[in-house]
Each structure stands twice: as C-alpha cells, then as structure tokens.
Design a protein around this ligand. Structure first.
Ligand code: ADP
Ligand code: MN
Ligand code: MN
Ligand code: MN
Length: 336
C-alpha cells in the first residue's frame, strides 16, 4: 500500500464561464488506481454557486484518471462530473448531456495569453510592444519573453506525463499569446483532456505568479483574439463522406448557427468580426482552406471525396469544450 494524492477536479456553477475547482483526497492503493477504484466524493455546493446553504451537498462522480506530475510523490488527477444527491446530473454538468458517439474524434486548439501584474508576459510596463508580426512561432527573448517559454515547456511535459494526447504547441500572433492542441476519440474524451490540460497550465503558471487569461479578446486594436478551433470527424465523415452529405451538414450548421454561437464562449462578438482570420459572428460560411470562414474545409477533405475532418473556427478560448463537442454532435446527428 502507498499513499496517493488524488486531486478531484470539477467545474463550478459560475456563468458565463465555469471555473475549475479541485481538492485533494489522500487514499491508499497498491498501484496507480483505475477509474473503478476511485471513490465518489462530495463538496459544499453553496461555496461554488451550485447549491443553497441549507442543502449544500453536491456529489463528485469520477469520470477519468490521469497521473499528476505537478506534485511530488504518488499523485493523480480525477476529472469529475457534478451530480445532485439523488444521483442525477447537476444543471451545471455540461458533460452529462453530450450525445454518445464512441467513434467521434475531436481536436481542440486552445489559444490563451499569459498575464503577470495585469499585463501579458513580456509586454512593457506601460504602452504597447511592437505591433504583431514577429511573434507567431517566434524565437528569442524579444519575441516570446520572460518566463513564458519556461511555463509553456513545463506545461507540455506535465500533459505528456499525464498521458494526455497533446499534439503540439506554438507561440501565437500576439505577444504573450500561445496555443496547444489536444486530440481525443469519443464524445467527451478530448474535452476531458482539455479541462485537465487547462488545469495543469494554471497549476504550472501559479508557481511564477502568472495567470492564464482565456478571454477571447483581452485587448481591442490590432491584436488577434484567442480561439479554440474545434476539429471534428465522425465515422461517417471519415469513411463515407461525399459532397451531398457534406452539403447537408453545412446546411445544418447554418440552420443552428445561433445555437452553436450560444455555447462557443462569451464575448465572441468582440473576436468574430470578420477580421483577424475570423468570419463575422452573425454570418455562416464554409470554405476550402479558408481561415476567414466559419468552417474551414481542409484541402485533404475536398480532394478525398469530401471525407475526413472539418474545422469549426468559431469556438473561443473561454468556451466549454463539453458544451462545444455536445453541440457539434447534436447538429451532426440531426442530419440523416
Ligand atoms: P491549424 O492551426 O492549421 O488549424 P492544428 O495543427 O493546430 O491546425 O490543429 C489541427 C487539429 O486537427 C489537431 O487538434 C488535430 O488533432 C485535429 N485533427 C486531425 N485529424 C482529425 C480528425 N480526423 N478528426 C478530428 N480532429 C482531427
Ligand atoms: Mn493551430
Ligand atoms: Mn492558432
Ligand atoms: Mn485551427
């Protein structure tokens, strides 16, 4: 037997953006625990906007387990759904409502800023740095600056140690802005990994007195906003495809434009302006290799009899990947 530190993670009841919450349970295991060995737990929902004080118990239902290299010794991160005492999903539980599709694949590209003392890391104390241009995939202190590279590298290592399907990182177009990509198979799998990757990023940045700014447009002016492009495919899209099916999918995405925007993250009108590689928020368009479209169709998709994956470019950096994956699947499943 050995002592394990289990960090139970969940999403609180704040709107429009839920915060990650976590607390540690110490438990004995012979070896690294599997999901079915992790006990359910509970918390005080009156402190997280998930219950009234008089009847405050909420339940934590473990749904995924990851090794946790962000702390010493034996440690695991336990991603949880929040349940009511009667065992039904809490209204804030966006994971519970995702349509089932074990063969759905998702790839999220998370963009974010690192902030210190209310300013992006590497920005001068007052005023602005040089305009955008040399920062994207930049190298050197002037381009990426201060502790940013260190945090980004440590975060990548923590994700890999956790067994997360991390696919890569890059410095983004604005100074102090970064991106990482996560891929997963199954309705909720990629979104689970994304929440844990966000957690590890925030944990890592804490040590440097740095905050992760997920807002989609932290500054006005000629500075790119932050997105979380959602790349998706189903078995039918990958194996059957065809132009008529693709066109029906795009009709459905157009029809449900507002329902998609509703879960694609707050303040998206500030980012989806038609500038800075976006389509305007109240338009819907698709285009081959078009980074100014709502949905970008990769060349490989169009050239392979409309088979493969598509990229919805509208979700933003503050969006909830559970709600986004759920809405995408709902729209895909509405097409016969
Ligand atoms: P870009 O910046 O050019 O849009 P990235 O390389 O940053 O592209 O991201 C591409 C994303 O597409 C990755 O997250 C990857 O996992 C995802 N992806 C690749 N193939 C598929 C697929 N068949 N289904 C779903 N997502 C996919
Ligand atoms: Mn990308
Ligand atoms: Mn990007
Ligand atoms: Mn993209």
């Amino acid at each position: 037997m050995a002592k394990y530190k289990l960090e139970y993670l969940w999403l609180d009841g704040y709107t429009p953006v839920a915060n990650l919450r976590g607390k540690t349970k110490v438990a004995d295991f012979d070896e690294f625990p599997t999901l079915d060995q992790i006990p359910e737990w509970g918390f005080d929902g009156s402190s997280t906007q998930q219950a009234e004080g008089g009847d405050s118990d909420c339940m934590l239902k473990p749904v995924a387990v990851y090794p946790d290299a962000s702390r010493s010794g034996n440690a695991a991160i336990i991603m949880c759904e929040v349940m009511l005492p009667d065992g039904t999903p809490h209204p804030s539980n966006t994971r519970a409502g995702i349509p089932d599709d074990a063969d759905a694949w998702f790839g999220f590209e998370q963009e974010y800023f690192l902030f210190q003392d209310g300013r992006p890391v590497g920005w001068p104390g007052a005023g602005y740095p040089d305009p955008q241009g040399e920062y994207y995939c930049g190298v050197g202190n002037d381009a990426v600056g201060d502790v940013a590279r260190q945090i980004v590298e440590e975060h990548l290592d923590l994700c890999l140690a956790a067994g997360i399907n991390h696919e890569g990182i890059n410095a983004e177009v604005a100074k102090g802005q970064w991106e990482f990509q996560i891929f997963g198979k199954g309705s909720a799998n990629c979104a689970d990994q994304m929440w844990v990757a966000r957690y590890l990023l925030q944990r890592c940045a804490e040590q440097y007195g740095v905050n992760v700014e997920y807002h989609c447009k932290p500054f006005t002016g000629d500075w790119n906003g932050s997105g979380m492009h959602c790349n998706f495919s189903t078995e039918r899209m990958r194996e059957e495809g065809g132009e008529p099916y693709f066109k029906s999918l795009m009709d459905a995405f157009e029809k449900f434009r507002e329902e998609h925007i509703a879960v694609y993250g707050p303040d998206n009108h500030l980012r989806l302006t038609g500038l800075h590689e976006t389509q305007s928020i109240d338009m819907f368009s698709w285009g081959i290799a078009d980074r100014g479209a709502s949905i970008r169709v990769p060349h490989a998709f169009a050239n392979n009899d409309w088979k493969g994956y598509l990229e919805d470019r509208r979700p933003n950096s503050q969006g909830d990947p559970y709600a986004i994956a759920g809405r995408v699947l709902q729209t895909l499943q509405s097409v016969s």
